[in-house]
Design a protein around this ligand. Structure first.
Ligand code: NAP
Length: 312
C-alpha cells in the first residue's frame, strides 16, 4: 500500500514523539513509524530524575504521556519496519516489506540500542538471566544477586534501581573510576546494597538454559574468577549497561555520518535537503531525553519551513 504524508518520522523515542507533536500541531499530515512500540531506550529506563517537570515519572510513564499528546494532535503512529529508502526524488520514498510511504520531508529519529559485551554465553542467555532492561526484568531478581556491567550513568542508576529488588548488586567496571556523574556516584556509594568490582571485565557467561555462573577477569592481574549462583538461588541476574550503538545501518552510504552518527547542523538538517535527524542518532555532545525532545521540535519546525518553500 502507498501512503502519502507531509512529514514521515522514523523512530518513536522521545525525539520522534516530540517531532510528531510539533509537526501534527502545525497541521502537517504526520506519520510516526517504529518497528516496535513507542518509547525507544527511555521505555526501558526506570527513573528520569532530570527531565524538567517530571521528577517522579518512570520512563514508561513519560512515554505514555508523550504518546497521548501525539495522538491528541492527530499524528498517525504506525508500527512498521523500514527496509529501504529512496531520497533521490522531490518526494522521499520510505519502504517497508509491505508498504511504501511518500513524504515531503523526513525526520530520522532512530536512536540507539544497548551495546553487547560480546562475550561467550551472553546472547544465548538473554532473557534467561541476561537482561538489558532493569525496569522490565528487575522483579525476576527479587532477593537474588545481580551483576551490573559498566560504569556510566546508566549502569549506576539502573544498578541503584535494581537494589530495590535484588539483595546485592555488584557493579563490574573495567576501570577503577566510574564514568557516571558525581551526583549519581555519591548516591551509589552510600547505598549498602551496591558493591563495586574495579578493573574487571566479563570473559564468559555460563549456564544451561539459565545463568549459572559468570567468569570475570581482572585486567591488571589477568586473574580469572568464576562466580557461581548460590545453590539456593540457582541463578542470578546480569545487566550489561555499557553504552549504546546508533541505529543507523539503513542510512549508510546515503547520509553523511561520523562514527555511525548522522551529521546535522543546528537546525537538524542533514546533507540531504528535506531530510532531518533528531535525538541520539545524530552527532551531539549530550544525549538526554531533554535534548532529544528539543531536537525533535527543531526538526519538525524546520520540516514545516522546508515544505512551505519547496511545495507551496
Ligand atoms: P556511557 O556513558 O557511554 O558509559 C558506558 C560505560 O560502559 C562506561 O563506563 C564504559 O567504560 C563502559 N564500557 C563501554 N564499553 C565497554 C565494554 N566493551 N566492556 C566493558 N565496559 C564497557 O553509556 P551510558 O551510561 O549508557 O550513557 C549514555 C548517555 O546517556 C551518556 O551521555 C549519559 O550521560 C546519558 N545518561 C544520562 C543519565 C542521567 O543524566 N540521569 C542517565 C543515563 C544515561 P569507560 O568508563 O572505561 O569508558
Amino acid at each position: 500500500m502507498v501512503r502519502n504524508c507531509d512529514v514521515l518520522i522514523i523512530g518513536a523515542g522521545p525525539a520522534g514523539l516530540a517531532a510528531a507533536i510539533y509537526a501534527a500541531r502545525a497541521k502537517m499530515d504526520t506519520i510516526l513509524l517504529d518497528k516496535v512500540n513507542p518509547g525507544g531506550q527511555i521505555a526501558i529506563t526506570a527513573e528520569i530524575a532530570n527531565y524538567p517537570g517530571a521528577p517522579d515519572d518512570t520512563g514508561p510513564k513519560l512515554i505514555e504521556k508523550m504518546v497521548k499528546q501525539v495522538k491528541q494532535f492527530g499524528a498517525d503512529i504506525v508500527r512498521d519496519k523500514v527496509v529501504a529508502l529512496d531520497f533521490t526524488g522531490k518526494t522521499r520514498v520510505i519502504k517497508s516489506a509491505e508498504n511504501e510511504y511518500h513524504a515531503k520531508a523526513v525526520i530520522i529519529a532512530t536512536g540507539a540500542n544497548p551495546r553487547k559485551i560480546g562475550c561467550p554465553g551472553e546472547t544465548k542467555l538473554i532473557g534467561k538471566g541476561v537482561s538489558y532492561c532493569a525496569t522490565c526484568d528487575a522483579d525476576f531478581f527479587t532477593d537474588l544477586e545481580v551483576f551490573v556491567i559498566g560504569g556510566g550513568d546508566t549502569a549506576v542508576e539502573e544498578g541503584m534501581y535494581l537494589t530495590k529488588f535484588a539483595r546485592k548488586v555488584t557493579v563490574v567496571h573495567r576501570r577503577d573510576q566510574l564514568r557516571a556523574a558525581r551526583s549519581i556516584q555519591e548516591k551509589a556509594f552510600k547505598n549498602e546494597k551496591m558493591h563495586f568490582l574495579w578493573d574487571t571485565v566479563v570473559e564468559e557467561i555460563k549456564g544451561d538454559g539459565i545463568v549459572e555462573s559468570i567468569v570475570l577477569k581482572n585486567v591488571k592481574t589477568n586473574e580469572l574468577t568464576e562466580y557461581f549462583a548460590d545453590e539456593e538461588d540457582g541463578t542470578f541476574g546480569i545487566f550489561p549497561f555499557i553504552g549504546v550503538i546508533p541505529s543507523s545501518s539503513l542510512f549508510e552510504g546515503i547520509i553523511e555520518m561520523e562514527n555511525g552518527y548522522i551529521k546535522t547542523d543546528n537546525d537538524m538538517k542533514t546533507n540531504i535537503e528535506g531530510v532531518f535527524a533528531a535525538g541520539d542518532i545524530r552527532v551531539k555532545s549530550l544525549r538526554q531525553v531533554v535534548t532529544a525532545t528539543s531536537d525533535g521540535a527543531i526538526a519538525a519546525c524546520q520540516a514545516e519551513k522546508y515544505i512551505e518553500n519547496k511545495f507551496n
